[in-house]
Design a protein around this ligand. Sequence first.
Ligand SMILES: C[S@@+](CC[C@H](N)C(=O)[O-])C[C@H]1O[C@@H](n2cnc3c(N)ncnc32)[C@H](O)[C@@H]1O
Length: 522
Amino acid sequence: MESFVAAPHPDLGRPGDVCPFMRNALRNGRVELRQWDATAGRVELDRILVSVREELAGDESAEAARRSVVVVPYGIPDDELIGLVQSVQRELKSSFVESGLMLGEFFPGNAAAGLHNSEFHPLASPVPLLGARHMAPTDLAFLAASDIPGDEALRLLGHYRRIFAGTLGDAAERKLAEAEERARAAVLAPSEARRLRSLADPAPGRVLHALAVLGVADHLATPRSAVQLSELVGAPAPVLDRILRAAATLDVVAPGPGDEWRLLPAGTLLATDTPGSLRAEFADNDMFALWTGFMHSVRTGEPCYPEVFGAPVFERITDAPEKLAAFHRQMHSRAHEMYEPLLELPVWPGTGLIVDVGGGTGALLELLLGLRPELHAVLVDLPEVVALSALPEHPLLSDRVRLRGADMLTDELPRGDVAVLAAVLHNWPDERAVDILAACRDAAPRLLIVDRVLAETGDRSGRLNDLLMLSACGGRERTRSGWSELLGAAGFRLEGVHEMPGAELSVLECGVAWPGRAGRRP
Ligand SMILES: C[S@@+](CC[C@H](N)C(=O)[O-])C[C@H]1O[C@@H](n2cnc3c(N)ncnc32)[C@H](O)[C@@H]1O
């Protein structure tokens, strides 16, 4: 005790004795030794320590802070004693701290690092023993040690805070608050790690992709076993079985009866002929491949689509008839969900000629003209796209719609009363968007934009779609002020933003801001 604990040490890393309290305690005869015959069993050791705890905690004398009790076990080999000392200290430490005490475990080879020098090992004593004493404010460092799990550290620090309430200086209060913060973060870490991993997990999407590619939902119109499905979809039954079991956790299929599998309501959306089918969308691998190039967009601000696929998006799909048809089938089937609620808004004209620019195959016009029998329209899109429109054959609408194949970036647009840009401008960076708007301004005195108005903060789906637009085509989602600025640059004024509860998109009503031909602000 005198030669090590109550003496300075060259490796300690600070001046003073290894234990700042011990010299005084020894001098005043306040170090009490208790022996414990380990052959008497662990229960006896617990009893000794509980009585040490109660005795020290109950000592409210002025001398209490200088008392130490050292419990020295003996009677069994050292390595067994060390195991005992460690486990008893682990189990009782918290109750000692709760009582305002510290309980330390000392033994040969204890590698616990000193506070001021990690090479110094203050708990490495020549024989195994346990030491108990009153807690001092400087013990914070031991309670906040990085190897203590967060929840335990929070408990210990809570006791410390209660015991020294109102007695700590500013610096100590700050250190305590920092330690609590670290412990809270450590408690949060595992659940946050789980949450982040699930956000980064591509597996659920890949399971749906596999089901869509294989056409599993089509074959589950009646329940089938993995073996029966295997022959129909061309994948080994054992793998199918695993995929179906994973898909069951996504609530698209369910097992039974027997070894058969059946579709759940969500799973029917993966079947080809379900209205609003998602099969083609999920079978397409482009979206997945696109995100592999995301870092190119992050580093350059440019779309990664041409890097990943070799050409800009509209060029590539326009050159591939199958892709073009699939894209527009998808746009068409999404139109109901995206546009139908917005058609109740009082912004749509009831008469006159509407020019739907970048109108695809005419999904919006079909809905709009269906509701307004006096309205006429021109559908403008790339020639290959308007060629896919079924509107000219529509039994009720064909005589009210004209088609115009044109490039909205370079060609003059047909004139009308109201121009419409639906889900178009978010595909383009500001410069090109201004060109498109300028062309619309030359075509009609009023403009309705159907697009997303991004919230300034939050708006997870909007923010993620913003990055999809960047990656796919260099486009962006815009906030209300972003829209005002863009429109202003093309000679329009934003006159109103019309929203429908629950709708992802809004209708922006725009009027001409300055007379004369459109273009950049004069
Ligand atoms: C996201 S889609 C929207 C289609 C339609 N407005 C809708 O909401 O269903 C974008 C449209 O812009 C068209 N587009 C792209 N580049 C174009 C261009 N240079 N000239 C005309 N249309 C173009 C595409 O062919 C496509 O139909």
